[in-house]
Ligand binder design. Sequence first.
Ligand code: ASP
Length: 352
Amino acid sequence: MKFNFESSAERSSILLIYTGGTIGMKADPVEQTLKPFDFSQILEEVPELGKFAYRIDSCTAESVIDSADIEPASWQGLVRLIESRYDSYDGFVILHGTDTMAYSASALSFMIEGLTKPVIFTGSQLPVGVARTDGKENLISAVEIAAAKDSSGHAMVPEVCICFGNMLMRGNRSTKVSSESFRAFRSENLPPLAEAGINIRYNAGIIMRPSDWSRRPVFHKSLDTRVSILKLHPGITPGVVRNILCGEGTRAVIIETYGSGNATSRQWFLDMVRESVSMGKIIVNVTQCLAGSVNMDLYATGKKLEEAGVKSGYDSSTEGMLAKLFFLMGKSESNTEVIRQLDENLRGEITK
Ligand code: ASP
């Protein structure tokens, strides 16, 4: 992604990055369609932002996209942008379509190591230009949180997060759960990092902080995307499973299992899992449930999967695990090293 800059003349501490999505759309009365609005006019569109004593600069992606078109290259572009402007801002707010926001937030959480400033994704279900929009509230809360400091002057939330529907969630714990509700995202395995009511209440006990505030983060750009996802369901056929587990071109497979990591006990399935592991693929078990964790010791089939070499994804979301694999595989050619780090809680993405 390439970005065009608009800088307001006021004081500056927040960089607003518009990538696309519903939030930045405005009704075009002539063409009767939704069109992206001009972010240099952000204060006209959302005058409430002017009440904050921050300078808000904005930049817009050269081509504004529906988030269904987000690619790893877009994440690399965002990471490069944040890296290049890191010292100039107190926080970053990324306006992004909701459909793949949880994937993007997960990816950036791994790609930026040792964050000392907030990177907050937000968007909306209704365009900012529409009367009942949720976009203004989401944007205003995101900006306020991105600028918030504690009594020592450090960022309140130096994490990659999603701010949506009055809740601030860790990015790699979030999932889009509704295509209609203003509360479109949930983070079932981790309570919100903050909730915006009359005041913004921070859940300080679970917010991650860097060990050294003065150290610059490491901005990782290389990703290996050779991952597939196999969602189990009753009636799944050996042919379909074989294509995904033993197909060429994949280095890792995420199996979305039932409940606490359970899968069909059919022999052909276990044989294919073993075959896939013997082909050198990394197989990770993540639950289809929104809440709870994989525990492969609980049921006989889970145990057999573990014995076959399947790794636990613990309570990771699918989006979080996909991003973790892209990141770890991008860093290392060694599957042993990837598997070792998969088991670690790198960015608060799993509870062990
Ligand atoms: N299709 C849009 C997108 O994800 C929906 C949204 O912004 O909410 O870009």
